[in-house]
Design a protein around this ligand. Sequence first.
Ligand SMILES: C[S@@+](CC[C@H](N)C(=O)[O-])C[C@H]1O[C@@H](n2cnc3c(N)ncnc32)[C@H](O)[C@@H]1O
Length: 222
Amino acid sequence: MIAEDTAILEVPEAANVAPALPPGLPASEYPSGELWECSDQDELLFAQRKRFLAEVGFCLITAEVIDALAKLSAGKKVLEAGSGSGWLAARLGERGINILAADWTDYRTADRSSKRGYPVREVFRLDHHGNAVDLLPGDYDTVLLVWPNYETQFAHNVACAMRSGQTLIYEGESEGGCTADQAFFQYLRISFKPRLSEMAELNTNHRTFPGVHDKWWIGTKR
Ligand SMILES: C[S@@+](CC[C@H](N)C(=O)[O-])C[C@H]1O[C@@H](n2cnc3c(N)ncnc32)[C@H](O)[C@@H]1O
C-alpha cells in the first residue's frame, strides 16, 4: 500500500489506551492544527489519531462541518465513495440526507491476517459493498470523497466517472500531499469549477490532526 498507510496499518497498544477524541464536537472543542503542531505532547496526539483512525476514520469532523454538509446536501442525492467506517454517512443519514455509503471493504468481515488494509474496527453504515466507481454517474447530485487512497487511481477514477453538473465534495490534502494522486488534481483543475464560498464555509470550522493538512474542496463538473 501507500506511504501514509504503512504507518497506520496496525493499532499499537498506545492507541488503545490513549484518551478517545470524540468526533462531531464543536470546532472550539478541538485544538487547532497549528497549536497541535507546536505541542509537546506529540506521542499522546499520535496515539489519539491512531485510535481515531480505528474507531471513526481519517478526517476529524466537527459539528459545524456536519451542519454545513447537511445544508449543502439537503434535497440532494449523495454518493459517499470510499466511506470507510461510514461514520459521516451515518451522521448525514440521521439528518435526513439521502446518502448511499459505498466501500469495497467491509471492515466487519475484512481479513486482517495479512495486516493489509485499514484498522477500522466498527462499521456505522455501509449500503453498497463494492466498487463505488461502478455506481457513477448514476442519478446522484453530489459525490462525497473523503481521504481517498494515496497514489492509487481511485479518486481520479471517481472524478472521471462523474457527469457534467454533478458536484464533488473532496476532503484530503492538496496536490503533493498524502491523499489521491497527481492525475486527480490535474483533472480537477481542467474539468471542475471550484465553489469557493461553500469551500470557505466548510474550512472555517474544520480541524486537522497534527502533521496532516487535509481540507475541504468543492467543485461542479463542467
Ligand atoms: C483512506 S480510506 C478513507 C475512508 C473514509 N473515507 C475515511 O475518511 O475514514 C479509503 C477508503 O476507500 C475505499 N476504496 C478504495 N477504492 C475503492 C473503490 N474503487 N470503491 C469503493 N471503495 C474504495 C477503501 O476500501 C477505503 O475504505
